[in-house]
Design a protein around this ligand. Sequence first.
Ligand code: HEC
Length: 122
Amino acid sequence: MRSLTILLLAGLFSVVWLTEPQVQAQESDPELAQSLKRGLRVFKIHCQSCHAKNGDHPDPLFNLADGVWRFGGTLEEIEKTVSEGVPGTAMLGFANRLSKKKLKDVVLLVKSFEPEADSEDR
Ligand code: HEC
């Protein structure tokens, strides 16, 4: 019985590990790691249908992972885009659809899709 539980847990963890490569354990910041995990759940439900898994849509219009931000790429700007949407497009405002917390989580997640911004000269 005990080994079954361990087996189940191991299976669960490997599934989570395999399906969430974007959300690597942020050991230095467990709070951020939790936020990204929650953000991924929100993303799967509310965003993935248009922006594809991990924001990696082949059409640049929908892509959120190429580091190109038409409406600004700071956390504040992304939050504004997601809250208010892009009028006249399929991108709706989520301010009334998501709690403040969920909105913040999904914004952090979207920001995390960005390619490593270690080279500022891009
Ligand atoms: C019905 C389809 C659809 C859904 C669902 C959707 N989006 Fe979008 N999103 C779009 C489209 C289309 C655009 C591009 C608008 C444009 O530039 O014309 C966009 C643009 C964006 C941008 C701006 C990207 C940039 O270049 O600045 C962000 C950020 C974004 N979406 C995040 C999200 C998040 C987060 C969610 C879920 C909470 C979401 N979207 C749900 C269709 C969608």
